[in-house]
Design a protein around this ligand. Sequence first.
Ligand code: NAD
Ligand code: TYD
Length: 342
Amino acid sequence: MTVLVTGGAGFIGSNFIYYELEHYPQDRVICLDKLTYAGNLNSLKKALENDRFRFEKVDICDREAVEAVFAQEHPDIVVNFAAESHVDRSVEDPGIFLRTNILGTQTMMDASRKYQVKRYHQVSTDEVYGDLPLDRPDLFFREDTPIHTSSPYSASKAGADLLVLAYHRTFGLPVSITRCSNNYGPYHFPEKLIPLMITRALADQSLPVYGTGENVRDWLYVEDHCAAIDLVMRKGREGEIYNVGGHNERTNLDVVKTVLKELGKPESLITYVKDRPGHDRRYAIDPTKIHEELGWLPKTRFDDGIHATVQWYLQNESWWKDILAGDYQNYYEHMYGKREKA
Ligand code: NAD
Ligand code: TYD
């Protein structure tokens, strides 16, 4: 099998590439990534040593470049992770979110149709369902919960999901979608809550908690998400949506305090800052469908996952320090610059 992964130099995509290379020793994995600020080829260093792996610096909106790779590789499965993914950035500049997240999805599906892939899998998010009230712990997102988005990010992801389902219905493209809750783990870009708090706390800097810190997220260790995507793209039913989450709801404040405890740093580092506009209150996934149909269950408990994540950041200081210094963006030039010019 040849699996084509977009956005594989990002957080979840890079973890997924390692998951595939490890679990499927016969498969080839091709990564297309534009290497935006969130893409980091350093994250794929070990994969680049594997001759079953190929990296191409490609914008998923660039039809010609995308099709050239399809023509060479004839992928069996396409998994689309590539996206602008940070809510705060979508508040500042929505345009790029619409371009990459919606038009990029269209380009990837058009190529998938033309080259008759066996499965096009869209990596989506629970944020398409909007939010839940804090005082209704009985409510959860199910696959039939109406789409009700809050941010330009979630609206662009919802737009893409609708387009994916339309390509299934109209053109018969064999699609599937997973909608996952918040992930954490290795290679997580330090603008997102958990890695931001780890890296700032290590430098004894203040930890900016939005509003009162009472917003709730449903955290899942990234490897559990990778296992879920892998199951759905290989065994899930065509045209179906599967919610992915591990019933692990925490307030932001609770998460930040857990990180501080793990690092042995004081809670006095916490600083309450102005709230995010339109801030979603609570996300909570009902994962019954993927459990009952495909037998998926998360393997990593939150305390173990946080411990492993903090250890990873301690042991891979150069990975995130390069990001903070901006050096990671030179890595592609260093690795591929000559080849590109040849
Ligand atoms: P990320 O921001 O860490 O990585 C995104 C990757 O996509 C980067 O490598 C970037 O270079 C690449 N990219 C961006 N625009 C591109 C373009 N036009 N062409 C090619 N590549 C491009 O994101 P992430 O957190 O790994 O999320 C991956 C996917 O999972 C996204 O689709 C996101 O919506 C979804 N998701 C994320 C979470 C989460 O908690 N992080 C949860 C649920 C779903
Ligand atoms: P984030 O990691 O940006 O993920 P998402 O917005 O997609 O859920 O944020 C997770 C939660 O943490 C969210 O409720 C916003 C909050 N947050 C802070 O309180 N401070 C911060 O500096 C950041 C980045 C997020």
